[in-house]
Design a protein around this ligand. Structure first.
Ligand SMILES: Nc1ncnc2c1ncn2[C@@H]1O[C@H](COP(=O)(O)OP(=O)(O)O)[C@@H](O)[C@H]1O
Ligand SMILES: [Mg+2]
Length: 497
């Protein structure tokens, strides 16, 4: 953040908003910056008024009132950085909003900057053009490493715990803390120590990882997703799998040294039940990266608070855990409201969508985004413009050869020997079925055989197929629309027939 802030302040941006719950860590950075820029720092809160951390004895309690404060800032003759802690509740008062706007204008000619600091981001529309949001990233590996040292140091001095961490375990523990704030990491480690009866050892890695999953889930939008699926359990889609296979080592040092950029992400568009989500889940495993799932539906639901702040938080978490795969399933569901007026807060939806697009385009951290969509009619055109994703793949219904492979995979998955079945006949008899429907047919056949107390037979599967009406038959129009959309905009995920 320091770097961004530094630039904004030098460029005389007058109103900055730093969103974080880590007030003291952010203040320390701002303090550092003030020193480098040789500007006095004033820190305000509603309870204490204005204080200058350099002169702790001089607290000006007279300016607790936000209007008085803003007036004072405007009238001050000196350059300076003014940090306003938890100012957002006062932005409900339109006189305060107005005053802040006036301050923004008047500060342009001075060398003063107002920095709003707090955990909440809620910009009143009147200030949208004036305020610049600065992201305060989660602690880096180094910061967490130092924090761990402090914890160990203080625990040692109390003589209460038994520390048995070697270098590698320590590095893994720090790695496990990535994505947490300093406080959260400290608490998670403390909890791990208590759980193991006063010991800090390699087991803490597992405990902290679990705690982190909880914390991330509580944020409401992201979920640590565990799955056993591998790309080898995806039938067909050879072009897509080959593309992914070529990038297995893409996040390593070697690839950087070779001059390769990190892959940004892909969008998988296509017929429902044909393996888009499956691929997303498998990639992380095949690449040995953690998998985070972003719940786009909830992103826009008012239940979890302000959407913009939510998205920023989710991005922060993902970036701090990077390299990571970020899975955005059924992206159309979240962004369908953008640009339409039947959504209660179309403005917010559009803004959140805009930030997401900007992030997709400009992100530097190795977060590989894999987004899926079942329909295209609701996909905003900006999303599919060049530069957002490395590639857009179209996932169609499986052809005969692919269906054969899918039958094989699902028979194997259920501990049946595929050689006992006539895969070619099954593939021919399941024309128009999706991978998901083939899987269901295997399960239905198994139930039949199980009920009759005998092994699964070809006839069980063929009988099921007789009674199955493929979804694709009922959705012919939609599928045609998808195909014609994809012809111009996407690459086929499957090999040409
Ligand atoms: N190409 C495939 N190969 C193997 N299994 C598949 C394939 N496509 C679908 N399936 C099965 O169907 C399930 C649902 O598919 P899914 O990936 O959720 O489809 P989509 O996301 O495209 O709607 C998968 O978990 C998998 O078991
Ligand atoms: Mg899906």
């Amino acid at each position: 953040m320091q770097h961004d802030l530094d630039i904004y302040i030098r460029a005389r941006y007058t109103l900055l908003w730093v969103v974080t719950s880590e007030e003291s860590r952010a203040l320390a950075e701002i303090d550092q910056l003030a020193k480098e820029q040789r500007k006095p720092l004033y820190v305000w809160s509603a309870t204490t008024g204005v204080a200058n951390p350099a002169i702790p004895t001089r607290v000006d309690g007279g300016k607790r009132d936000p209007l008085a404060l803003l007036t004072a800032i405007m009238e001050d003759r000196e350059p300076g950085l003014w940090v306003l802690r938890d100012f957002h509740p006062f932005l409900r008062d339109h006189t305060v909003v107005r005053r802040l706007r006036e301050a923004a204008f008047s500060l342009e000619s001075s060398n003063k900057t107002i920095i709003l600091l707090g955990p909440v981001l809620k910009i009143p529309p009147e200030l949208e053009k004036e305020i610049t949001v600065v992201d305060f990233s989660l602690p880096t590996r180094d910061e967490l490493d130092r924090q761990l040292d402090r914890i160990v140091e203080s625990a040692r001095s109390h003589g209460k715990i038994d520390i048995a961490l070697d270098r590698r375990q320590k590095a893994r523990l720090v790695q496990a803390c990535l994505g947490l704030t300093i406080n959260e990491a400290g608490n998670a480690i403390a909890k791990a120590i208590i759980q193991s009866g006063g010991r800090l050892d390699g087991d803490a890695v597992e405990a902290v990882t679990e705690e982190k999953q909880q914390i991330i889930r509580k944020s409401g939008l992201l979920e640590y997703y565990r799955s056993d699926d591998q790309l080898t359990t995806v039938g067909g889609l050879e072009t897509l799998k080959e593309w992914l296979r070529k990038r297995v080592r893409a996040f390593g040092e070697e690839a950087r040294a070779f001059g390769l950029p990190e892959p940004k992400g892909i969008l998988l568009v296509g017929v429902q039940g044909c393996g888009k989500s499956l691929v997303a889940k498998s990639v992380a495993n095949s690449w040995r990266l953690p998998l985070l799932r972003l719940d786009v539906g909830r992103l826009f639901s008012s239940l979890v608070g302000s959407s913009e702040e939510n998205l920023r938080n989710a991005i922060k978490v993902a970036e701090s855990i990077a390299p990571v795969v970020l899975w955005v399933d059924e992206i159309e569901k979240g962004f369908s409201g953008v640009g339409s007026s039947n959504v209660s807060d179309a403005g917010t939806a559009a803004r959140v969508f805009g930030s997401f697009i900007t992030w997709l385009q400009e992100k530097k951290a190795p977060v590989f985004v894999i987004a899926t969509a079942n329909t295209v009619s609701q996909l905003p055109p900006e999303l599919v413009r060049k530069g957002r994703f490395d590639e857009i793949f179209f996932v169609d219904l499986p052809d005969t050869a692919e269906r054969r492979e899918i039958w094989k995979i699902h028979l194997l998955k259920r501990n049946r020997n595929p050689d006992d079945f006539d895969l070619h006949t099954l593939a021919m008899a399941s024309d128009g079925l999706s991978g998901a429907e083939i899987e269901q047919a295997v399960i239905a056949g198994l139930y039949e055989a199980f009920d009759q107390n005998r092994p699964l037979e070809m006839s069980d599967l063929l009988d099921v197929l007789q009674d199955t009406v493929p979804l694709s038959q009922m959705m012919q129009e939609e599928i045609d629309a998808l195909r014609s959309w994809a012809r111009q905009r996407a690459r086929r995920a499957s090999l040409p027939a």
